[in-house]
Design a protein around this ligand. Structure first.
Ligand code: PMP
Length: 473
């Protein structure tokens, strides 16, 4: 057993300020035991932890997470897709620390502060043309709620009272709050709550995993636009907006599609008088190879939702950026009651905005998007190790997201029964080897921090290959 380091403050561990409990448990075991007595973890069947060890993290540094027993784990999923430049990044740390000495938080109604206005100006400069007004919230789901409410409310203010519905893609994911869940389509998260959710129009996804043999991504995505065009033609007078995750349906097993779909969608939304909401919460900030995924289709949505990488994975912050046209529909005398009276206590938190500004600084000074091109290429080469594996139906990649679809039999495409929980086996194996991989069902993926180096990606490829062998045996 590793003994806790003796502490000058008797009875307290200086690393955690938690009371020391002298026992035969390792520090990890002790932390896990206490945690499981009081914490209810997200997206978890807590009973799994009767068998599955929880991993208490003492600290992070760069691409590594360190537990209390001194073991380390390569963070291959950027801690739920948020981290861009590593844990405890000195530049972001400094920026947050400097802001902490000035202002930790202030109400954003009637007041403003330097970090929020500077961030807004910089985002507007960076984002596709036309996106000019920033409305803040504090997590991704809340940003989706804001975009959905704003679009609906825009049409109400414009006198188009029948426009109350939304079109979404099958297999899409937009968050867990009730409005966000309603416009998503992952049944595992949604089915239980259906009686609570608004009714939406769901159109088949352009996901290229389903393309015909020999069909290109572009041809498939173009063909899959047919049902969207039909839905728009049939329902435009009652639809406020179409909401999509540009290029990659991340929570929907990292399914990917061609930018041509976004181009056709923008054109059709314009033609039918329907808003386009781009949920770039997961794919924004360089994930797909460009700063924003919409750039690859050269389109500008009416609403763009951003979160996760916005603060480099440091602090909860989200923003919906919209057009002057939308903003103008709410701008009137107070007594006309057209204002967008939506708020969250931590809207535009200064510490989070300071982390976001430091993140944008790193993008600029380190030419991150350019450097990621080489890194993404290396990810593709490293994945060659399992590309032709008997249990891998497909390896797909868009920029800094790479995913492998695991199947029972590559030649027939037969899938594993979800109850076999093959992905969980891979997760456990990877942890034992010092890597955090968290497959989505039977899809194992890499979404690394951009500071991961080539040898670390090679290590990841090795763990992934051996993990596939073990999980699929
Ligand atoms: N939209 C997308 C595309 C997401 O991937 C996520 C989170 N995985 C969300 C919305 C919700 O964000 P949050 O978890 O911060 O509520």
């Amino acid at each position: 057993m590793r003994r806790p380091t003796p502490s000058p403050r008797i009875g307290l561990d200086t690393r955690t300020d938690l009371p020391l409990i002298m026992s035969t448990l390792s520090r990890n075991e002790e932390m896990a035991r206490r945690d499981l007595g009081v914490v209810w973890h997200p997206c978890t069947q807590m009973k799994d932890h009767e068998r599955l060890p929880l991993v208490p993290v003492a600290r992070g540094e760069g691409v590594w997470l360190y537990d209390f027993d001194g073991r380390r784990y390569l963070d291959a999923i950027s801690s739920w897709w948020v981290n861009l430049f590593g844990h405890a990044n000195p530049r972001i740390n400094d920026a947050v620390r400097a802001q902490l000495g000035k202002l930790e938080h202030v109400i954003l109604a009637g007041f403003t502060h330097a970090p929020v206005l500077e961030l807004s100006e910089r985002l507007v400069r960076l984002l596709p043309t036309g996106l000019a007004r920033c409305f803040y919230a504090d997590n991704g789901s809340s940003a989706v709620e804001v975009a959905v409410k704003m679009s609906f409310h825009y049409w109400q203010n414009r006198g188009r009272r029948r426009k109350t519905r939304f079109i979404t893609l099958s297999n899409s994911y937009h968050g867990e709050t009730l409005g966000a869940l309603a416009v998503g389509d992952v049944s595992l998260y949604k089915d239980t709550y259906r009686p609570l959710l608004m009714d939406v129009i769901t159109v088949p996804s352009p996901d290229c995993h389903g393309r015909e043999p020999g069909e290109t991504w572009e041809a498939h995505s173009r063909r899959m636009f047919g049902p969207m065009e039909e839905a728009l033609a049939a329902h435009a007078d009652e639809v406020a907006a179409v909401i999509v995750e540009p290029l990659v349906q991340c929570a929907g097993s990292m399914r990917m599609y061609h930018p041509v779909y976004l181009r056709l969608l923008r054109e059709a939304c314009d033609r039918h008088g329907v808003h386009l909401i781009a949920d770039e919460i997961a794919v924004g900030f360089g994930r797909t190879g460009t700063m924003f995924a919409c750039e690859q289709a050269a389109v500008s949505p009416d609403f763009m939702c951003l979160s996760k990488g916005l603060t480099g994975g440091y602090l909860p912050l989200s923003v919906v950026v919209t057009t002057e046209e939308v903003y103008g529909a709410f701008y009137d005398d107070y007594t006309r009651l057209t204002a967008f009276l939506h708020s969250h206590s931590y809207t535009g938190n200064p510490l989070a905005c300071a982390a976001a500004l430091a993140t944008l600084d790193i993008f600029e000074s380190d030419r991150v998007i350019e450097r990621n091109v080489a890194l993404a290429r290396h990810m593709a080469r490293a994945a060659d190790r399992f590309r032709d594996h008997a249990n891998v139906a497909e390896v797909r990649q868009t920029g800094m997201i790479l995913a492998a679809e695991l199947v029972r039999d590559r030649s027939t495409g037969e899938r594993f029964d979800w109850r076999e929980r093959r992905g969980l086996k891979l997760y456990e194996f990877a942890l034992s080897q010092g890597a955090l991989l968290r497959p989505l069902g039977n899809v194992v993926y890499w979404m690394p921090p951009y500071v991961m180096d080539e040898s670390q990606i090679d290590f990841l490829a090795d763990v992934t290959l051996r993990g596939i062998d073990i999980a699929c045996a």
